[in-house]
Design a protein around this ligand. Structure first.
Ligand code: TXA
Ligand code: MG
Length: 341
């Protein structure tokens, strides 16, 4: 006998990631329900992308602002022409080269995808995740799956099913219990509807890889929190908020070190519990400064700081190259204050 259901808490099923359990999860999606599933970036909260009512319930479960569009996930590259239209050659080329993988392409939305998915925008963001469980689930569901990160809005994205349970137990139909996410930071969102390719959100696929593949410079939209016309609706919200204030120190390394020492002295005198995020001089945190490892652990560190009840978090800048661009984007969004020395 195969055990499908592991636990049920407050109406949320905790499912295994074996084939039988995934068939059950797919059936839930087909019926208009919500299932949290693993991807190589972060856990997603999926619903049938073709079902407007199901898509609306994603926003309700997360407490997500209605004007922030969702990414549509495919299990097969050939589904692209159903969800998008007027697909430029560069999009086809990038999909062939980087899918499955952490790259979401913003294209013109087809009528197959309801406006609710894109919060009314004429475009749609699409990606094919590089994770066997995600691909099997989408395939079994038989429809593209709309999915934001499976966290409560404003919380760090979940990189383990435990994070999903912390935020969404009782609010979604099922959570798939699978391994932790390899990359740990969300996909790169690339807009291909304008005159030049534009990164709306730096993520798991480095800008350098995209520029090399396309053999041209691509832009990176600058986040302006509370801006009236952000390039991507998601950019105007301050995301990834830990409970304690986070101070991000940027500038030359020697100066950063001096600043860190001053801050640590000050807060220690006040009796504060200090959480150090990625501090280059801290030997025990060495893994913390390898950019790939830091990306993989970043959200989990932020959540742990909350659980540990730290009073203040201090983080240091990392290089903007490779995945560093995405790390710095998230750190800046999590920061209550950025100190440049
Ligand atoms: O790695 C990921 O991308 C994860 C996994 C689950 O695939 N998903 C994810 O989704 O991070 P979410 O909803 O947390 O972030 C989607 C981002 C938001 O910043 C949103 O504004 C942007 O993509 N986005 C989605 N559709 C868009 C569109 N049509 N135009 C511009 N930006 C869009
Ligand atoms: Mg998110």
């Amino acid at each position: 006998m195969v055990i499908i259901q592991v636990v049920q808490t407050k109406g949320t099923l905790l499912l295994n990631d074996n084939r039988e359990s995934l068939a059950k999860a797919a059936a839930i999606i087909k019926q208009g329900g919500l299932v949290a599933f693993p991807t190589e970036t972060v856990y997603g909260l999926g619903a049938a992308a073709t079902n407007a009512e199901a898509v609306k319930s994603i926003f309700a479960a997360k407490g997500r602002p209605a004007d922030n569009p969702l990414i549509v996930h495919l299990s097969d590259r050939n589904q692209l022409s159903r969800v998008a239209r007027e697909i430029p050659d560069e999009a086809k080329f990038l999909a062939d080269k980087f899918w499955p993988g952490p790259l979401s392409l913003v294209l013109q939305r087809s009528e197959y995808i309801p406006a609710e998915v894109s919060a009314g925008l004429p475009t749609v963001a699409v990606r094919m995740p590089d994770h066997p469980v995600a691909l099997a689930l989408i395939d079994l569901a038989g429809v593209p799956v709309a999915a934001p990160s499976a966290n409560k809005s404003g919380r760090p994205s979940p990189t383990s099913y435990r994070h999903v349970l912390e935020d969404l137990t009782g609010k979604v139909d099922a959570v798939i219990r699978s391994s932790i996410c390899k990359i740990g930071i969300e996909s790169t969102v690339l807009d291909l509807t304008g005159p030049v390719p534009l990164i709306l959100r730096p993520g798991g696929l480095p800008r350098e890889d995209l520029e090399k593949a396309l053999d041209r410079i691509i832009g990176v939209a600058v986040d302006r929190i509370n801006s009236l016309q952000p390039a991507s609706p998601g950019m105007k919200y301050r995301h990834y908020t830990p409970i304690a204030p986070l101070i991000l120190i940027t500038g030359r390394e020697t100066m950063r070190r001096q600043m860190l020492n001053q801050l640590a002295r000050y807060y220690r005198r006040k009796g504060f519990v200090i959480g150090l995020l990625n501090i280059s001089m801290h030997h025990r945190l060495k893994d913390n400064v390898d950019p790939e490892k830091l990306a993989a652990m970043l959200y989990s560190y932020l959540r742990r700081m909350d659980v540990a009840g730290v009073d203040i978090i201090i983080a240091e800048e990392v290089s903007f190259s490779g995945i560093g661009l995405a790390i710095m984007n998230r750190l800046k969004k999590a920061a209550t204050r950025v100190l440049r020395v």
